[in-house]
Design a protein around this ligand. Structure first.
Ligand SMILES: [Zn+2]
Length: 340
């Protein structure tokens, strides 16, 4: 199991980045990977804080692509460790570049939009859609709630939906265990499920612009990431609802955030598992996440296609969507999302 060693979450915690680096004895030189907007927001501040005791280079990743990752790797070879300051794409770029160059990286998220801020996996856009790559988890996570609370609420709501999806991911994993004899980790399942339960219980308290909300969601995302580290795979955080999410990203690119698409998938697969899908839907509504394709500007027919396509994404990962879904039932499932 590879786990993060230091996790710092709180108001103004950005200022702890240098002390975390020295605690972990990561070396003398750092590459700060950041975005354009997130660079203004936090990246430049981290650079100036680190400059007091480290040699620092900056790499601005405008977006994520294999080409940009290769460039980041080239820059990473000249330093001892990496610091990713930004949203999901920046963190994933730093994660893959550090993994491929055998260096540690620190995750400094500026939003709480998905569990990649603490996990070993990274998603990279490929020609045939995004691919999830195995990398390593961050050696440390520094999450400044002041910055995260100021990010658009849509991002935090998507992060909540990504946590809620742990429920169905665990059900799918248990199903694969019963039907396919796939090994499961009870510890990983218990932690992943507890994280989703705590979030559901506190869904009403998740509010825009509140540091307490940012703090709560970040802790849950870190704990989801740890569950995946314990499992040694993304199984406890990614099942059929994620396959639906990936399919939707593929056929309606740029419409839904990762967590938003997976949240809608969670309502659907929870229904298929015979669970309380209305409770999932209520929780998503409470945190402000979408529960229908319409809210994302996606036609229902496209969502039906995504649902039918989902089982072919990572086909080796068995889920409830492999149990024989017809077009007719897919249409019914999408229609169900609009039920009063
Ligand atoms: Zn996810």
């Amino acid at each position: 199991m590879q786990l993060p060693r230091d996790v710092v979450i709180g108001h103004g915690s950005l200022s702890h980045v240098p002390s975390v680096c020295s605690d972990l004895r990561l070396g003398r030189s750092a590459l700060v990977v950041t975005g354009i907007h997130t660079g203004d927001l936090a990246g430049q501040k981290v650079v100036s804080l680190l400059l007091e005791s480290y040699e620092v280079r900056t790499f601005v990743a405008e977006t994520i692509s294999m080409k940009i990752i290769r460039e980041a790797e080239k820059a990473a070879r000249d330093v001892d460790f990496l610091v990713g300051v930004g949203g999901g794409r920046v963190i994933d770029t730093a994660k893959i570049a550090s993994f491929n160059t055998d260096r540690q990286f620190i995750s400094v998220p500026t939003a709480a939009s998905h569990d990649g801020i603490a996990s070993a996996r990274a998603s990279v856009p490929m020609e045939e859609g995004s691919a999830s790559l195995e990398a390593h988890p961050p050696i440390a996570i520094v999450a400044d709630t002041e910055i995260i609370a100021r990010a658009p609420h849509r991002l935090l709501a998507a992060g909540c939906a990504d946590i809620v999806s742990n429920y169905t991911a665990c059900l799918d994993w248990e199903l694969a265990h019963r039907l396919r004899n796939e090994p499961v980790s009870e510890y990983a399942i218990a932690l992943s499920r507890m994280t989703a339960e705590l979030l559901m219980k506190n869904a009403r308290t998740i509010r825009p612009g509140q540091e307490e909300s940012a703090w709560f969601v970040i802790k849950a995302l870190v704990s989801s990431g740890v569950a995946m580290s314990i499992a040694g795979s993304s199984r406890p955080g990614s099942g059929g609802e994620h396959k639906f999410g990936h399919a939707l990203e593929r056929i309606a690119p740029g419409k839904a955030l990762h967590g938003e698409a997976c949240g809608i998938g969670t309502i659907i697969t929870m229904y298929l598992h015979g669970g309380d899908w209305r409770e999932i839907r209520n929780a998503l509504q409470q945190v402000g996440a979408p529960t229908t394709p319409e809210e994302l500007g996606i036609p229902d027919g496209t969502a039906v296609d995504a649902l039918l396509m989902a089982k072919d994404i990572r086909p080796e990962r068995f889920t409830i969507l492999d149990m024989g879904l017809s077009r007719e039932s897919a249409e019914h499932l999408i229609g169900m999302l609009y039920e009063e």
